[in-house]
Design a protein around this ligand. Structure first.
Ligand code: AMP
Length: 392
């Protein structure tokens, strides 16, 4: 379970606190276009402000590949955060070295500073000890609240923790408690729902959840590879031939705990305006492809989800970006929203679908981390978490 120290376990008053946040947000025309991740970091930021800490925030943004690329600058995020907090947020044009040191040294107690993109340095992704030490030298205490990057062992997520007292922020704590509990000690029945494009991205997750969940409901493109493994012709559906053997093994291992769609919505092309047909699962005609789960599958999945006490969902049930193939994904989102189970949703696309359907406030926990939440569901220990101090 969650056994790490948090910001509530240490004295931050008068200290310079380096906070690794996940401000990897979309930027359009120099402005933050979706600030979900910034909002998610606010409880930690506000707590530290209220407890008289001086804040030095750092994050990555996008994939600048170790070079300074202005389109990946965090400066618009500093402006945005300043507006949310209704106070000045300073910005340093580098995250380590003389520029960062100068700004950090001049901070007054209670100031808030955001450092430039950590991935402007190649040392970040290499977990370079020298970069980690330079980051640590800016502050007295390190807080990791960047759940979305906790599965990466980088200088600002792992290396830095060697040099400073290191604790978790509230977002990190909340994510690990919900996802960790669901996997390790779920209230039962525990139903996992997995979808999305591919099996290959989620083999470890399917294996781990087959061990732990009472049922694993499968939809989305990943169901196609299972269908092919069962011997169905699947027309032009997305399939991963290289994962067929794995799919067979999972089907053998799972007996009746793994449930596949019993009907599907097929389209005659991969386009929003494709002609569509609903059919019971059987040989898919040539030239057609599976693009959603069908109505009977939605109603079959309803019973286990409604009776569950824990539901975990990752990955859409179909190509929900095309409205006529979004019914499965929205239908499942609605059933989860109506259920009284502890519901946990991770992965960008299922989260987007739940928000699109206006159901986000009916979900117990919406994870801010795609890859990190999948690794939790796989039962892995996240390096960014492991690096933090244990509770006494
Ligand atoms: P993932 O990132 O693995 O969760 O996959 C999400 C993507 O899977 C979305 O963009 C969906 O459009 C896509 N997807 C879901 N079902 C299907 C399907 N039956 N055929 C092709 N793509 C699908």
């Amino acid at each position: 379970m969650f056994n790490k120290k948090t910001i509530e376990d240490i004295d931050v008053s008068g200290k310079k606190v380096l906070v690794r946040v996940d401000f990897n947000v979309p930027i359009k025309d120099g402005k933050v276009s979706d600030d979900t991740r910034i909002q998610a970091a606010l409880p930690t930021i506000k707590y530290l402000m209220d407890h008289e800490a001086t804040l030095i925030l750092c994050s990555h943004l996008g994939r600048p590949k170790g070079e300074v690329k202005p389109e990946f600058s965090l400066e618009p995020v500093a402006d945005h955060l300043g507006r949310i907090l209704d106070r000045r947020v300073q910005f340093a044009e580098d995250c380590v070295g003389p520029v960062a040191e100068k700004v950090a040294n001049q901070l007054n107690q209670g100031d808030v500073l955001l450092l430039e993109n950590t991935r402007f340095h190649a040392g970040e992704k290499k977990n370079d000890p020298e970069m980690a030490k330079k980051l640590a030298d800016l502050a007295d205490v390190y807080v990791n609240d960047a759940f979305g990057t906790a599965h990466r062992a980088h200088a600002s997520t792992v290396g830095v923790a060697q040099y400073l007292p290191s604790v978790a922020g509230f977002l990190m704590e909340k994510e690990i408690i919900y996802l960790g509990q669901a996997v390790a000690d779920p209230a039962r029945p525990f139903i996992a729902i997995l979808g999305g494009a591919k099996i290959s991205d989620k083999i470890g997750v399917i294996q781990n959840l087959l061990d732990r969940a009472d049922q694993v409901l499968i939809g989305g493109g990943m169901a196609n590879t299972f269908f092919k493994a069962q011997g169905y012709p699947i027309g032009d559906s997305l399939v991963e031939d290289e994962a067929l053997q794995t799919a067979r093994e999972l089907l053998n291992l799972a007996d009746n705990r793994l449930r596949l769609p019993v009907d599907v919505v097929i389209g005659d092309k991969f386009q929003a305006d494709a002609d569509q047909m609903i059919m019971s699962m059987g040989p898919i005609p040539d030239g057609w492809r599976i693009l959603d789960i069908g109505p009977e599958t939605i109603s079959n999945f309803k019973k286990p989800i409604s009776e569950a006490r824990t539901v975990v969902w990752n990955g859409p049930m179909g190509v929900f970006e095309f409205p006529q193939f979004a019914k499965g994904t929205i239908g499942i989102a609605e059933i989860i929203a109506q259920s009284s189970a502890t519901s946990i949703i991770g992965g960008g696309d299922s989260v987007a679908a739940v928000k699109q359907a206006g159901l986000a406030d009916k979900i117990t926990h919406i994870s801010t981390g795609g890859g990190a939440s999948l690794e939790m569901l796989e039962g892995k220990v996240l390096p960014g978490m492991a690096a933090l101090a244990d509770k006494d």
